[in-house]
Design a binder for this molecule. Structure first.
Ligand code: NAP
Length: 251
């Protein structure tokens, strides 16, 4: 009998994270449904069903991260899969499409407070969770980290004038994903020579709260690449940056 796989998905109470948690659970993975609001995490875990367990986790709160790591150590003694999915596009309030968000957050107009707030979740939050969970991943079986980025953060794509999303590249959300990509590269390089694998993925343009449901893909379709990579086995690759299906995104 293979040992059950233990996974943590951050920001799994809704959207892409919840879909990933659901499909992991359907594949027999024990999933910790990370949620900054525990009640929302519990509701999502109950909806997903057996194999899903809520865990309070605000990626900007060191005490919350330490407590989650302690709980995972106590209950499972290890972590086999970490999906860094939690993310925000802005703090200006719900109801902004990417175009509206971009129009308010050009390099000359974006407030530094807004840049810091978004980077706090999308960049520093991921690094903080990585640092706290790495000892558990080192004790994991065929451990893997999947960081959820976005094609709009690709510096190589945005350097090309023909890239269709180039007009919305700005210092808040898109640059936060570029920074996340850089952090992911740092993790990959640090973990070369260990058994821990690291992958970077972009969902499709998915209808979620992040873009005020302007995304053109369903949560099921948009989350497909994240799910596919999160279900990778020990012989599957490390160091990739892909969108559905296995299409390489330039860094
Ligand atoms: P979503 O439905 O808004 O979900 C975002 C999740 O992150 C929510 O569970 C949210 O919790 C959580 N979160 C926000 N701040 C947090 C914090 N400080 N600590 C812990 N969790 C926090 O958006 P989504 O589209 O599913 O986004 C998931 C990931 O996909 C993000 O990294 C996003 O950048 C990426 N992505 C999305 C698209 C797209 O088209 N939707 C495209 C490319 C990449 P609350 O419910 O409490 O707010």
């Amino acid at each position: 009998m293979p040992t059950e796989r233990i996974a943590l998905v951050t920001g799994a109470n809704q959207g892409v994270g919840k879909q990933v948690a659901k499909e992991l659970a359907e594949h027999g993975v024990t999933v910790l449904v990370g949620s900054r609001d525990l009640a929302k995490g519990e509701a999502a875990a109950a909806e997903i069903g057996s194999g899903a367990h809520a865990i309070q986790l605000d990626v900007t709160d060191p005490a919350s991260i330490a407590s989650a790591a302690g709980t995972i150590r106590e209950r499972f003694g290890r972590l086999d899969l970490l999906v860094n999915n939690a993310g925000i596009s802005n703090t200006l309030g719900a109801g902004l499409t990417p175009e509206q968000n971009a129009a308010q957050s050009t390099a000359s107009q974006a407030s530094l407070d807004e840049i810091r707030a978004v980077w706090e979740v999308n960049v520093f939050g991921v690094v903080a969770v990585y640092q706290a969970m790495l000892p558990l991943l080192r004790d994991g079986i065929d451990a893997r980290i999947v960081n959820v980025s976005s094609g709009v953060g690709s510096l190589a794509s945005n350097a090309d004038p023909s890239f269709p999303y180039r007009a919305i590249f700005g210092p808040v959300y898109p640059a936060s994903k570029a920074a996340l990509n850089a952090m992911t590269l740092a993790m990959m390089i640090e973990l070369e020579g260990t058994d821990i694998k690291v992958n970077l993925v972009s969902p499709g343009f998915t209808s979620t709260a992040l873009n005020n449901f302007a995304g053109t893909e369903s949560v099921e379709d948009g989350s497909r690449e994240v799910v596919r990579v999160a279900l990778f086995g020990p012989n599957d690759p490390t160091g990739t940056f892909t969108r559905w299906e296995d299409a390489t995104i330039p860094w």
